[in-house]
Design a protein. Structure first.
Length: 164
């Protein structure tokens, strides 16, 4: 995963602003405090730029992640700064469940493309990843799962994403 400064340098030509609130396409990058998020943000920024879409960077503050999901955590703060640099509208959603919060925001704002990290849950985990849960629960949007930095690129199940 690129450093914040490297990602910012790469993203320079990708920054844009949508001049109309009536853009039909809406891209949402899902920020996760457990990952730096630069790859997710860069993918979402490229897509947003190509589609001339509204670009959201959304993070969910939950009771479970209350210690990690606050805006002051290092990786989340870096991701927020990068998202702002890329022209995203940064949104904090408060919810009991991360996926439920992301889905509620996506439905309310009419999000058409969701970009999320596709990580592997710990072996002892009984829950699925956010990407896996979104893949099963989202309707009417394209899901793009970006491989985690420590995952091989082959884990990306569909190069162009999955429309469900």
């Amino acid at each position: 995963m690129p450093s914040f400064e490297a990602a910012r340098a790469l993203a320079g030509p990708l920054t844009h602003s949508v001049s109309t609130p009536f853009a039909s396409e809406r891209v949402m990058a899902c920020l996760d405090p457990s990952t730096a998020g630069a790859d997710v943000l860069l993918t979402a920024a490229r897509l947003s730029s190509d589609l001339h879409a509204v670009f959201y960077a959304v993070y969910v503050s939950t009771p479970v992640h209350a210690g990690d999901a606050r805006p002051g955590s290092d990786s989340l703060s870096e991701s927020i700064r990068l998202a702002e640099h890329l022209g995203a509208v940064v949104v904090r959603v408060t919810a009991d469940d991360q996926v439920a919060g992301l889905l509620a925001f996506a439905r309310r704002e009419g999000v058409t493309h969701i970009v999320v990290v596709d990580g592997t849950p710990p072996a002892a985990a009984r829950t699925r990843t956010v990407a896996a849960r979104l893949r099963n629960e989202i309707r009417g949007a394209t899901l793009i799962a970006v491989p985690a930095a420590d995952e091989p690129a082959a884990r990306l199940s569909s190069a162009g994403g999955t429309h469900v």
